[in-house]
Write a protein that binds this ligand. Structure first.
Ligand code: ATP
Ligand code: MG
Length: 668
């Protein structure tokens, strides 16, 4: 069965079991300003899982288009794309485990005929501290389902993911993991759940590519949750079974099922392909890229994967009415498109090509999604308009690149045009011919910044161009570039806020809280990730904080959790917040106060201290103009009319530019 058939079979399977098919929600959430995109099937249904009545009844099924911009750097592995469809079915206080698990099992083994020998499942191991029992009920159901297929399903207790790499498979079929893998709640962690909050165990199904050997780089022994690629998670049944009370956990009177399974992953299992891009809603895009470029997928795998994924995502964003722009969803869309166009350079495709690819994508979806058909021409127009604009930018940028770096044979001094007055000086001059090009300045990184800032020429392309032309860039070009970037950010923030340097926040209480939270998070990031973490920018609104910092790779979900926990711990400890003024040298060198990258300070600076009662060392000690709250406990203050204390929550982690990560976080 191909992906289109699997989607249809899934909807039909659950319709036959009393479910109503509901249309997908748009990629842009309609009533949730805290997230840019719909990232799961349950997200639009959350109000109904929390008790609101759904007009279509208590049994629902759908295929939800999802966008996870945070998975952008995972595109290229065998199982992550930024855009995907999540098959979902829900019981709103109706059926529970004893229907859900056999149904999903039936769907996998009978409808789409997966070999049961290649399926493995996980269940919740229980949580002693909170008196939540092991989910033996799900395990018993699984045992019977395997047994009916002649499989003796051994149960193995693993615990944490790390333990998995030590214990390995151990001949098991049903694996028990702890709350970090098999517990669902909105707060993320059991301990962070406020009273009144629902949560429950989940049970995941994994498919095994038995011909893919374990890769020990991921850990000594393989287990279902290992990331080496032998196992992929194809679906997850969440059982909303409990509610937290002041006195502990109680069973909910009405229990929900929330199931989500990746259509693309189930489809790759169905064709036994460890490569997701071989499925029927992806491969025609790759084939088109092969035709356009004359290159083969086998030798240009990563580039073709990135292009196929990003164009699929951009197409659906356009279907949902988004246009490329410089903010929010439009910005992500622009980034996806520009990244696809850049990766096409690797295929030798430097001319317009979206006009040929986008119709292929539309063809794949228009039979199942009428809105794709209805908007077909509009979508193509939006995407090729952006492509043309970007190529124009690239052409201009390339010309400037040549002016800056290769004024060959002229001995002429090239002046970099820039917004910053200080850069209005001869920055780069080249002497001699191309092959013995010599830069007379060491400010190449600054020149690259100008190209980026003034002409929108991506720095990655500059680097490639330099490589192609045998221009050796200074070892510290990146640092120069980053400094310029940080200065520019500080300038634009100052301008935007109409405040003085250091005055990142406004004066409202909400601003102050986010400002204080930013300090707590900065220190937590350094404690958890290391001292290479340096602030590169910060922006605060009434709704959230945003923070850019140096870190070479994606911050893992585990690390993000640790950061959240550490910040919440400091909020709970109610640290006292105060400031003092120090000579800059003393603050920085003797006292080691944190600062922002690229910031130049006057002779005297204000330093904010956040310290627990009775502690001998402050948790945070940072140069800053303020203003802040007086003590960190204020960050937990509930909204008027509510008694639910607020928690610090990271809602997004993504790349901001080369080597710089961006986090958005909220108090809620
Ligand atoms: P993983 O750990 O593999 O990233 P996840 O825990 O993020 O998965 P869920 O949030 O539980 O996944 O989403 C439910 C299902 O959606 C998964 O079982 C998987 O099949 C699918 N899925 C999740 N992320 C992606 C992605 N980036 N690309 C394709 N499918 C995905
Ligand atoms: Mg994930």
């Amino acid at each position: 069965m191909n992906a289109q058939e699997i989607r249809a079979a899934y909807l039909k399977f659950f319709e036959e079991r009393g479910h109503k098919t509901i249309p997908r929600a748009l990629l842009v959430p309609q009533n949730d300003p805290t997230t840019l995109f719909t990232g799961s099937g349950m997200q639009p249904l959350l109000p109904y899982l929390l008790g609101e009545e759904h007009p279509d009844g208590v049994r629902l099924v759908d295929s939800q288009t999802c966008l996870r911009a945070q998975d952008i750097e995972e595109v290229g592995d065998n199982r992550h794309t930024t855009f995907f469809e999540m098959l979902g079915n829900w019981s709103l206080g109706d059926y529970f485990k004893s229907d859900q698990l056999p149904w999903f099992w039936d769907f996998l083994t009978s409808s789409i005929r997966l070999d049961p020998n290649r399926l493995y499942v996980t269940c919740f191991i229980g949580d002693e501290a909170n008196n939540i029992p092991k989910d033996t009920e799900s395990a018993e159901i699984w045992t019977k389902l395997f047994k009916d297929q002649g499989i003796d399903a051994k149960q193995v207790e693993i615990g944490s993911e790390e333990d998995g790499y030590k214990k390995g498979m151990d001949g098991g079929r049903i694996f028990f993991y702890d709350a970090s893998k098999n517990w669902w709640c909105r707060a993320g962690k059991i301990a962070d759940m406020p009273a009144g909050e629902p949560g429950g165990p989940d049970s995941e199904v994994f498919f095994e590519f038995d011909f893919v050997p374990h890769n020990p780089e991921y850990g000594e022994l393989c287990h279902p949750n290992c990331d080496c690629g032998r196992f992929i998670e194809i679906g997850n049944s969440v059982f909303m079974e409990y509610v937290k009370r002041e006195t502990g956990f109680e069973k909910l009177p009405k229990q929900n099922v929330d199931f989500g399974g990746g259509l693309e992953r189930i489809s790759q299992a169905a064709i036994n392909s460890p490569d997701m891009f071989k499925i029927s809603v992806m491969w025609p895009i790759v084939e088109k890229l092969e035709t356009i470029s004359g290159k083969k997928y086998d030798s240009h795998t990563e580039s073709m994967r990135v292009i196929a994924d990003h164009l699929r995502a951009a197409t659906f964003l356009a279907v949902d009415g988004i246009v490329p722009s410089n903010k929010e969803q439009g910005y992500v869309m622009r980034r996806l498109l520009r990244r696809a166009i850049r990766f096409a350079f690797d295929l030798g495709v430097e001319q317009n090509f979206l006009e040929q690819v986008v119709p292929v994508i539309a063809d794949l979806y228009e039979n199942d999604y009428p809105e794709v058909k209805a908007n077909r021409q509009k979508v193509i127009d939006v995407l090729i308009k952006e492509e043309k604009a970007f190529r124009q930018t690239l052409r201009k940028g390339l010309k400037e690149f040549e002016k800056l770096f290769i004024s060959a044979d002229s001995n002429a001094t090239t002046v970099i045009p820039t917004v910053a007055e200080e850069s209005r000086k001869p920055a780069v001059s080249a002497t001699g011919s191309l092959d013995k090009l010599e830069m007379t300045t060491s400010k190449q990184g600054e020149a690259l910044f100008t190209l980026y800032d003034t002409y929108g020429f991506p720095v990655e392309l500059s680097v490639e161009e330099a490589f192609k032309r045998d221009i050796k860039l200074d070892a510290d070009w990146q640092a120069q570039f980053d400094t310029k970037m940080a200065e520019q950010r500080a300038r634009s923030q100052t301008a935007a806020k109409g405040t003085f340097k250091g005055g990142l926040g406004g004066q409202t209480m909400q601003h102050k809280k986010y400002h204080t939270a930013t300090h707590l998070m900065y220190q937590s990031l350094r404690t958890i990730l290391g001292d290479h973490v340096v602030q590169h920018g910060s922006n605060i609104t009434e709704e959230r904080l945003r923070f850019d910092f140096s870190h070479p790779e994606k911050v893992t979900p585990e690390q993000l959790k640790q950061v959240e926990d550490m910040v919440n711990e400091q909020i709970d400890k109610d640290l006292k917040v105060s400031f003092a003024e120090y000579p800059t040298k003393v603050a920085r060198e003797e006292k080691g106060a944190l600062g922002q990258f690229g910031d130049r300070y006057g002779d005297v600076v204000k330093v904010y201290t956040m310290i627990a009662d009775g502690a001998d060392k402050p948790f945070s000690f940072e140069i800053c103009g303020g203003p802040h709250v007086d003590h960190t406990g204020q960050l937990a203050e509930p909204d008027p009319g509510s008694d639910k204390p607020k928690r610090f929550k990271i809602v997004k982690e993504e790349s901001s530019s080369a080597g710089i990560r961006r986090i958005k976080a909220v108090l809620r």
